[in-house]
Write a protein that binds this ligand. Structure first.
Ligand code: BES
Ligand code: ZN
Length: 593
């Protein structure tokens, strides 16, 4: 195994590395605590110690196997981002270490939800979010994406609840409350996950299914009906799915992300359930991570674009296979707009717009911008355009196949490009211009700007409306969510209250049950102080914890004094319902204002 130095982990895998873990976990909803014991198989050659990452955990006991005098483990000075190194002295013959631990209030990966925060309102719920470096806040581990291990877990929960993990999962509750999980394929720690709630399973096909609370399971199954087709399309593109089953779990609305690619069990926000399958590119995205990310993994968070750029590209190829080119083009254009906006926001820190990031001594969360996603995707689209699809697809298939269950850093990717594609052809090297994409800011000159036929029609309607056509007269019947989002994006910078009222009356934006549309509309409402939308704004911020929605709304509010007042009032109520990932970001935002 080759290991790249990871600035976000204390582990020294070259010295001693974990290869397998057996966990025993007891989930206590009264105490809001997970009590655990892990038995860690390790590989080393006469290493003097093994180092794990921990943060916000209590380490109760450490034992070696074969047993020796009880080792004196020690914890390094806490770092506010990285937590502590858990140093365990080893003996030459040590095969395993056993660690007893428990979570605390500071276990930032965990969100303990009250029954009121769930769909059913009768049972509590727990979920984890480990990416990027929060696995260490609920389980001691070598928390680096470059280190892979297999695991099992025996998890005990209250008998009326069902636990699920990124592993082979049960499909129904049992009477004992104890469940066994196995993950047979080696995976990095950031994909460790657990959810516990009143959950039900419904199959979607042979290899796919969905878990959700009983009151939303039917709607979820309906929404995700095409999942098996997506899986087949993905395999046709880039080779066999190697993880066995692919299931989805619908979380309560406080889930801080849209989706999280936990192996065998994607975690998803309920805000993509719209009734018309219009936001399922998120499923294609998380599914695509089963290749880009989970099979071939970024070596460190500086190489995050290798995970997300490839995944965005792959996601849109899946969507194209299912719904056609026109559909994929809309996604590319919306993504490109987001990229331009991000470039504008990051104009004072241009290094953060390189694909290859420098996140040492920073929270890897700072790398979570549209650069990795959309500039990464743009680079791959650029490669596709230069090489042709046939050749580029063969390259990607071979890349996934050659590096499966391994990690890759940006430098290795550059050598792969050089050896597999460029092959000494300096004209091609100049055209590809990877140097500019990877190591320079902004968008390289001469790169094709994505465009969409369906969006041109939207632009026409925007013009007609601006020239006085009533909204009801516009040609909008055939519009999907994406056209509506583009329509809202294309609104002039200033809108009168009468115009907002007119749009709202025609399209019902304030009361939209599509979270993506509602959030885009609420942005406009805040910018124009359109008061009729404020109750909906407050309700949205109290219910939804998805950071991508929540953060821009607070940001927009903070632009004015009255808005700032409102933001603070709402946030005071809303904060206890947010996951740490979300409230840390909002806290930082408010601290600046
Ligand atoms: N793996 C990411 C989420 C993530 C990244 C969590 C970094 C923590 C740190 C996931 O695959 C993702 O990209 N989710 C997106 C959805 C997607 C369709 C762009 C999200 O949550 O918005
Ligand atoms: Zn992703």
């Amino acid at each position: 195994m080759n290991f790249t130095k990871d600035p976000h982990s204390h582990a020294c895998p070259i010295e001693a590395v974990i290869t397998h873990v057996d966990w025993l976990l007891t989930v206590d909803f009264e105490e809001k605590k997970i009590a655990g014991r892990g038995s860690y198989q390790i590989q080393h050659q006469n290493a003097s110690e093994i180092i794990l990452d921990v943060k916000g955990l209590v380490i109760e006991k450490v034992e070696l196997e074969p047993q020796s005098s009880t080792p004196v483990f020690w914890l390094s000075e806490p770092d506010s981002i990285l937590g502590q190194g858990l140093h365990i002295p080893l003996e030459a013959q040590t095969k395993r270490v056993h660690i007893s631990f428990s979570s605390t209030q500071d276990s930032a990966a965990l969100q303990w939800l009250s029954p009121e925060q769930t769909a059913g309102k009768t049972d509590p719920f727990l979920f984890t979010q480990s990416q990027a470096i929060l696995a260490r806040t609920w389980l001691p581990c070598q928390d680096s994406p470059g280190i892979r291990f297999t695991y099992t877990a025996k998890v005990t929960v209250p008998t009326h609840l069902l636990p699920l993990m990124s592993a082979q999962n049960p499909q129904e509750k049992n009477s004992s409350g104890t469940y066994h999980f196995i993950m047979e394929r080696p995976m990095p720690s950031y994909l460790l996950s657990l959810a516990v709630g009143d959950l039900q399973f419904k199959p979607l096909g042979e290899r796919c299914g969905v878990y959700a609370e009983p009151s939303i399971i039917e709607a979820a199954a309906q929404e995700f009906l095409d999942t098996e087709n997506m899986l087949e399309a993905a395999e046709t593109l880039y080779g066999p799915y190697l993880w066995g089953r692919y299931d989805l779990l619908v979380l309560p609305p406080s889930f801080p992300f849209g989706g999280m690619e936990n192996p065998m069990l994607t975690f998803a926000t309920p805000t993509i359930i719209t009734g018309d399958k219009s936001l399922t590119s998120l499923v294609a995205h998380e599914l695509a991570h089963s290749w880009s990310g989970n099979l071939v993994t970024n070596a460190t968070w500086n190489d995050f674009w290798l995970n997300e750029g490839f995944t965005v590209y792959f996601e849109r190829r899946i969507m194209e296979a299912l719904y056609g080119e026109d559909y994929a083009h809309m996604l590319h254009v919306l993504g490109y707009h987001d990229l331009l906006q991000t470039l504008e926001e990051l104009k004072h820190t241009p290094e953060d717009t390189h694909l290859k990031l420098q996140l040492e001594n920073r929270d890897p969360d700072e790398g979570l911008t549209e650069i990795a996603y959309e500039k990464g995707n743009l680079f791959l689209c650029h490669l596709e355009a230069l090489l042709g699809r046939v050749r580029f697809d063969a390259f990607v298939t071979q890349y996934f196949n050659t590096y499966q269950f391994k990690c890759i850093d940006t430098a290795s990717f550059v050598s792969i490009l050089e050896n597999e594609l460029i092959n000494g052809n300096s004209a091609l090297r100049d055209q590809i211009n990877y140097e500019a994409f990877i190591f320079q800011p902004g968008i390289p000159a001469g790169v094709a700007v994505p465009s969409s036929q369906r969006f041109h029609q939207v632009e026409t309607q925007v013009q007609l409306w601006q020239q006085g056509t009533a909204p009801a007269e516009l040609e909008t019947e055939a519009w999907s969510t994406h056209e509506i989002l583009y329509f809202l994006k294309k609104m002039p910078n200033t809108l009168s209250t009468a115009q907002l009222q007119e749009l709202d009356a025609a399209f019902g934006f304030t009361a939209s049950t599509n979270a993506e549309i509602q959030a885009a509309w609420l942005q406009l409402a805040i910018a124009h102080q359109y008061a009729p939308a404020f109750p909906a704004l407050q309700a949205f911020l109290l219910r939804v914890g998805r950071r991508k929605f929540v953060l821009p709304l607070y940001k927009a509010l903070l632009a004015t004094e009255a808005g700032t007042q409102m933001a603070r009032e709402i946030y005071q109520q809303a904060k206890p319902g947010y996951h740490a990932v979300t409230f840390s970001s909002v806290d930082a935002l408010l601290a600046k204002s």
